[in-house]
Design a protein around this ligand. Structure first.
Ligand code: AMP
Ligand code: ZN
Ligand code: FE
Ligand code: FE
Length: 290
């Protein structure tokens, strides 16, 4: 890979579109990636590959697209189970078991969203599930969609506030029916994909898993760890890098762009060409280019 400017190519391997809880359509996302000067961008919507086809069709020349997803997982080694996110790159989107598992998780997300709204309504908070579902427009439903309803109702100022302890961060937080993380790693590998643990040390989001689990996941097929992420402190980034080196895992850095649902911009964090090439070499799906 070479850069048009001669400087190191900018590679962003984690971004969301309206296929889940981002605010740019897949078409707008790839255009924004090119405008941001990225050499490569991954589309990684929560539990879906629905954004892949429109993103590929609209791909601007000069931008490489990594097709991916961010799988909602859980680790049952703690009580209650710890939720975690697994990025999966370049897998076969028609692998039957993986397709079935993603469909199950999306259905469970809808059911959980509806229950969160019922809890809010029971406390006299006027938000409407049909309205929230309509706003998600067929994309994977998540708490950011409920957060938007709270903002529209004038109950919170922004998404960050909606994820505070009085709202979706704690009081009105319900668990999802996530995929067991070992099963997810094996499924992604079986589908020819490359599994990378997203923001593994993001203590500001809640509980994180122990390093011993990450070592077990590496033995089970995990390929990499996302180190540079806005939810990691500098110390957390350094810890993740050291752990990756110890376990022989590749390291990524990414924006986790969500459009206006978050403040972070595309390309705010990046991945090295070396790590990018390790992912591309290990994946079964070709990297898309215009
Ligand atoms: P869910 O997948 O429904 O559990 O919602 C989790 C999503 O909410 C994450 O993928 C982020 O996009 C978003 N999120 C989580 N915590 C925050 C936060 N503190 N501020 C803004 N967005 C958040
Ligand atoms: Zn999200
Ligand atoms: Fe995530
Ligand atoms: Fe994400």
């Amino acid at each position: 890979m070479t850069s048009r400017t001669g400087s190191a190519p900018r590679i962003d391997l984690h971004a969301h579109s309206t296929a889940s809880d981002g605010t740019l359509t897949p078409v707008e996302l790839v255009r924004a990636g090119a405008e941001a000067g990225l050499a490569a961008l991954a589309i990684t919507d929560h539990d879906t590959t629905a954004g892949w086809a429109p993103a590929v069709r609209a791909l601007p020349p000069g931008l490489l697209l990594i097709r991916g997803a961010e799988l909602s997982c859980r680790w049952d080694g703690a009580e209650p189970a710890i939720p975690l996110h697994l990025l999966a790159y370049l897998f076969d989107p028609e692998h039957p078991e993986l397709v079935a598992e993603l469909a199950r998780v999306r259905a469970a997300r809808e059911e959980r969203g509806e229950r969160i709204v019922a809890l809010l309504r029971a406390d006299g908070i006027d938000v409407s599930w049909p309205e929230i579902l309509a706003a998600a427009a067929g994309g994977t439903v998540g708490r950011p969609h409920i957060a938007q309803a709270l903002i529209r109702a004038g109950l919170v100022a922004d998404t960050r506030a909606a994820f505070g302890p009085d709202w979706l961060g704690e009081r009105y937080r319900l668990p999802k029916e996530d995929i067991d993380v070992f099963r997810a790693v094996k499924l992604v590998r079986a589908a020819g994909g490359v599994p990378v643990f997203a923001h593994p040390r993001a203590t500001r989001r809640g509980r994180v898993v122990p390093d011993e689990l990450i070592a077990e996941l590496a033995a089970a097929g995990l390929a990499g760890l996302e180190a540079d992420h806005e939810d990691h402190s500098p110390a957390e980034r350094a810890h993740v890098r050291a752990l990756a080196a110890e376990l022989g895992l590749l390291v990524t850095g990414s924006s986790d762009f969500h459009g206006t649902h978050k403040t972070v911009q595309l390309g705010a964090f990046g991945t090295s060409v070396e790590a990018y090439e390790r992912i591309v070499d290990a994946g079964v799906t070709e990297v898309a280019s215009a």
